[in-house]
Write a protein that binds this ligand. Sequence first.
Ligand code: BV8
Ligand code: ZN
Length: 244
Amino acid sequence: MIELSAKFLKIFGSAKSVAVLTGAGLSAESGVPTFRGTEGLWSKFRAEELATVEAFLNNPKLVWEWYLHRRELMNQVTPNAGHYALAEMEKYFEDFTLITQNVDGLHRAAGSQHLLELHGNISRNKCLECGKPFRGEINLESGKPPQCECGGRIRPDVVWFGELLPEKVVREAFEAASRANLFFSVGTSSLVYPAAAMPLTANRKGAYLVEINLEPTPLTEFADYSLLGKSGEILPEIIKRLPK
Ligand code: BV8
Ligand code: ZN
């Protein structure tokens, strides 16, 4: 049984506007490797080698192989109790926004509606040049990435390092963070910007900031309440305390 602070429960019971930022830690219990953990996806490769436009232009086959491998993985995993708890939480607040850095689609699969995907979605493809969505088969036999009608190269529809996040999604996320009474940062190492700036914005604008993570992060010192542990265990405990 996880002890929850009385102060937190009071705020949780009276909050009107809630926002949540999630990272790879939320999907870890579904079997999706995180990025920076010891078994992290990038332990073999470094982010810069793969999740950048340069890497793709340099070696499209390698980058596509990495994404196809991860897509394979995503097709075999299902949401965990943490995803379902957040989908449940959404129903209890008139203003609830789920902001995710994850590209695995598990929040939508768990039933979350008001979802902002900051870094795109690994199941979607688009043209590098004209941005048009591409629904065709990704066949690497030729060694070159599939081509768009415009002649451009097809890439995964995710945001790479050095790329801007979708403008509308970022604006809505910062607006949600700014008006939140209560902000949860869950399962993220709080290293990647601009996502990592969102909990800080919420805190600065007066939100009660809760961090749920396996380990402390650079955000921990700013958190009003820090819960160390598994999101798949802690979030369901919190949901149990929702006003019936
Ligand atoms: C941008 C999609 C404007 C792709 C991702 C130098 C040059 C260029 C850019 C920069 C630079 N310096 C800084 C920047 C900005 C850069 C950045 O922030 N870099 C960091 C690393 C320093 N950001 C960008 O480039 C962004 N764009 O700023 O554009 C610009 C333009 C030009 C130049 C400057 C700025 C774009 C960032 C988006 C990159 N794309 N992913 C893909 O997935 O392949 S980021 C990637 O990291 C994922 O999206 C992931 O979600 C995200 C963050 O990682 P986390 O989710 O936090 O995962 P991580 O493994 O790190 O941590 C997991 C945590 O969970 C751990 O703490 C662990 O303890 C915990 N955990 C584990 N299990 C559990 C758990 N917690 C609870 N329960 C558990 N069971
Ligand atoms: Zn195109």
